[in-house]
Design a protein around this ligand. Structure first.
Ligand code: 5GP
Length: 199
């Protein structure tokens, strides 16, 4: 029997460097497929429909929920985000790993349905550093930044539900750390039960 792929969930407060880490993973590991979510938020500068997200309006999103097209969906920062059931299942059945860049609510919902999902949490070494990075990024107003830091505190309460924690101080080291986690998980006994002892 062909080995199924693994679900890799990566969650992080905004500003922790998750996007850079995920982009690097996708580029360097051809066995990992990025799960393209559907969202009701507007595309940011440089984002393309079907690349970072599928951008839809509220009506279409609700319709997709009704049709049961999402394996999980959640409201994050006032917009809806959902993970495609079809893309997830097809990728796993091909034996490829799928990378889900989703929030803590979505991560818990996936873990309930897929007990083997690997859960990685990325954050900055301190909340003070997170705030400094958000200010430096110069993308958001100060009250938005304060809300994000407040949200980060709430997200940290979900840490015990995750398998690994990566404190992103230096980006290249964090990328290596995430790669090491994935490498070790691929070699774990629990993910190779059907192979060991087989013909
Ligand atoms: P952004 O709008 O900055 O790209 O993402 C905002 C938040 O939504 C991030 O925490 C991201 O991980 C999360 N997110 C993106 N796609 C999904 C999804 O399909 N489901 C859930 N639950 N969260 C998502």
């Amino acid at each position: 029997m062909k080995k199924k792929g693994m679900i890799i969930i990566v969650s992080a407060p905004s500003g922790a460097g998750k996007t850079s880490i995920c982009n690097s993973l996708i580029k360097s590991d051809k066995n990992i497929v990025y799960s393209i979510s559907t969202t009701t938020r507007q595309p940011r500068k440089g984002e393309k429909n079907g690349k970072e997200y599928f951008f839809v309006d509220n009506k279409k999103f609700k319709d997709m929920v009704k049709k049961n097209l999402f394996v999980e969906y959640a409201k994050v920062h006032n917009y809806f985000y959902g993970t495609s059931k079809k893309m997830l299942e097809e990728t796993l059945n091909k034996g490829k790993d799928i990378l889900l860049d989703i929030d803590v609510q979505g991560a818990i919902k996936i873990k309930k349905q897929y007990k083997d999902a690997l859960m990685i949490f990325i954050t900055t070494p301190t909340l003070k550093i997170l705030k400094e990075r958000l200010i430096k990024r110069n993308k958001d107003l100060l009250d938005v930044i304060n809300t994000r830091v407040k949200n980060a505190k709430k997200e940290l309460m979900y840490l015990p539900r995750y398998d690994y924690l990566v404190l992103n101080d230096k980006l290249d080291i964090s990328i290596e750390n995430v790669k090491s986690i994935i490498k070790a998980e691929r070699l774990s006994i629990k993910r190779n039960k059907n192979i060991i002892g087989g013909k």
